[in-house]
Design a protein around this ligand. Sequence first.
Ligand SMILES: Nc1ncnc2c1ncn2[C@@H]1O[C@H](COP(=O)(O)OP(=O)(O)OP(=O)(O)O)[C@@H](O)[C@H]1O
Length: 371
Amino acid sequence: MLTRRARAAIDESTLRAAVAAVEDPEIRRSIAELGMLRSVSTDRKGTAHIEVALTTPACPLRDRLRADVTASAAAVDGVTGVEVTFTTLSEHDRLALAQRLRRAQPGPLDSGTLVYAVASGKGGVGKSSVAANLAVALARQGKRVGLLDADVWGYSVPQLFGVRRSPVAVKGLMLPIEAYGVRLMSVGFLVGDGEPVVWRGPMLHKALEQFLSDVHWGELDVLLLDLPPGTGDVTLSLLELVPRAALLAVTTPQPTAQTVASRVGRMARDMGMPVAGIVENMSTVVCGDCGTPSALFGTGGGRRLADELGTELLSGIPLDPALRQACDDGVPVVAGAPQTPSALALSALATRLPAVRRSLAGVALPLSVVG
Ligand SMILES: Nc1ncnc2c1ncn2[C@@H]1O[C@H](COP(=O)(O)OP(=O)(O)OP(=O)(O)O)[C@@H](O)[C@H]1O
């Protein structure tokens, strides 16, 4: 325990700099840069008093910010205690913040971001499970990853990541929710639990447009789009909005699934989309007793689809009870059970994913910044 006599004098500029550098966990910029650091002072006992303005009074990350600010201040010489108080940004400050973020990041599509559209011919083949776990595996490799759940009617990202809250919005600019190192956005975050989405085509198109232009994704290395199954309107809308996306098609080994999935491949070809590769899900089922793999859903669907589309079969993900359980528990299997057969295959997929970029020369990006 430090006595008052032994306590070093606090250098207030050092303290201020330490606290100023703390990042807002969602916006990933320093609280000073965001105008959130209101005041820093010390008293004679060596307690640092810090006031932080939150983006919204119900900020879900208040505790995390308190912990980060406290840790930074406590590390400064002479500080014996830290008291963090919160206020909220004024309307004027919120508007200024939203404008600054929009200027800094007009959309997720800076030239370095790789965009993959994860698609399947039909529902239930594990497209969302693959997209979610691939995103987490890429984040674990140190990549900055976004996952946009564009499966607007059958959204599953909230369940797969165990997230049950709405995103913070600052003057029309939504902040993605981060879980397991991945920045997430889903229609499911905006509608009540289990509520059906009954939007019509134009509303869906507008929603998808906003998910790209009015979400502060920050700088991303990879953006994954979890598309609805099939080649319907939402899929086409989204691919028009993100003309640079490369197709990552998910199928099962069954010939019927492969035939249906090949429609997605043809759609990609018609739209001039590059194809990053094929993922065959539920390739084998491993016997729990003897460990022998067997081909429950037949064989060869992924390989045939890859040949048909002139691309690579990147991975075969086994049917694995651990993956099913992880989906139900809301913990991606690559994070919760990384040594299971499905998690190992999904992590390997992340290392094998080719960096496919389509030249954007001559392609009009329809994204616009809403002012
Ligand atoms: N390799 C696997 N092993 C075990 N269970 C799996 C596997 N892949 C997917 N599942 C399970 O199958 C179900 C459907 O998966 P998922 O939601 O990912 O499919 P989907 O193709 O995205 O379906 P939809 O497009 O209809 O939403 C989930 O319960 C999931 O846990």
